[in-house]
Design a protein around this ligand. Structure first.
Ligand code: 6PG
Length: 285
């Protein structure tokens, strides 16, 4: 297994791992601000998010002949996937040129209801879903790791190698055409929780011990949040009133990604799509 170490050089948008990108650092380049869209409800949010995903796929296929999209887990993707399989969006995409990846997953079998890849299997990748070749679908190799007793660390490193071999890089970091993230109630994204070792790691793929404060309490595997800085675009979504305060702190507070990793998606080139409830504490909403 080649190691999954990332570069130690600088990053275009967010600070480099190993140089304190999880810390507060006034000397870093200004990452800019994202576009923030407030949807009237969660249904509208799902439609807007799915549309953004399709636009990113179309643009990437048009400019470089393929699209590499990193998906995520949580509750928002399910409705977004339902929108993607509707003919109005599905038929706009040259799916044979699309490659689907995951920014993170739970270290459970793909058939487990908690699996992020398994969530896509339910509708998006089902026979009535999108016509994407199975060879273009790239989940973390969790099933193999579980079957062979290889562990989450092996799984994360193997996935990092696969990603690195397939994607273009910016300063050595894999550059997805779009990284989709949800935002947790503690301000996390991917499986990168507040004060996570991932925030200061040089590794592209990491095993994360089961979080005690966030469900589900299972081990995770995640890509380094540095992928957010190398991505051509980032799409962040959040819903519901309990997230309103953390969303306001992320989008309008001091940039302290060690405390709130979601701040790593607060950059130019990112789009945040929120429902009214989660946006209710924003001063500009
Ligand atoms: C996971 C995710 C995680 C998720 C957020 C938001 O596997 O749990 O990747 O980062 O996106 O926790 O989840 P909700 O959409 O359920 O709020």
């Amino acid at each position: 297994m080649t190691d999954a170490l990332g570069p130690r050089g600088g990053r275009p948008v967010i600070p480099a791992p190993g140089r304190g990108h999880g810390q507060d650092d006034d000397e870093q380049t200004d990452p800019g601000e994202p576009e923030v869209i407030v949807a009237v409800d969660t249904e509208a949010l799902s439609g807007l998010a799915a549309n953004r995903v399709v636009e990113a796929m179309e643009a990437a296929v048009a400019t470089r002949g393929r699209a590499d999209i990193a998906l995520t887990g949580g509750s928002t993707p399910r409705a977004m996937y339902d929108r993607l399989i509707a003919p109005a969006l599905r038929d706009r995409v040259a799916w044979e040129h699309v490659h689907l990846w995951w920014g993170d997953d739970r270290f459970v079998p793909r058939t487990d209801p908690r699996s992020n890849a398994g969530l896509a299997d339910e509708r998006l990748l089902a026979p009535a879903g999108v016509p994407i070749p199975t060879t273009n679908v790239h989940p973390f190799p969790i099933d193999r790791a579980l079957a062979d007793g290889l562990g989450a660390g092996w799984c994360a490193a193997a996935y990092a190698s696969e990603v690195r071999a397939a994607l273009p890089a910016i300063d050595g970091w894999p550059s997805f055409d779009l990284v989709v993230v949800g935002i947790g109630s503690d301000g996390h994204l991917l499986s990168v929780f507040p004060n996570s070792p991932a925030l200061t790691s040089d590794r592209i793929g990491l095993a994360i011990p089961a979080p005690a404060h966030i469900e589900p309490h299972v081990d995770r595997v995640t890509l380094n949040p540095a992928i957010l800085g190398a991505a051509r675009a980032v799409l962040a979504t959040a819903t519901s009133a309990p997230k309103a305060e953390v969303i306001a702190r992320i989008l309008e507070g001091p940039r302290a990604p060690g405390v709130l990793p979601g701040i790593l998606a607060r950059r130019s080139g990112a789009t945040w799509i929120l429902d009214r409830d989660s946006a209710s504490r924003l001063s500009r909403s």
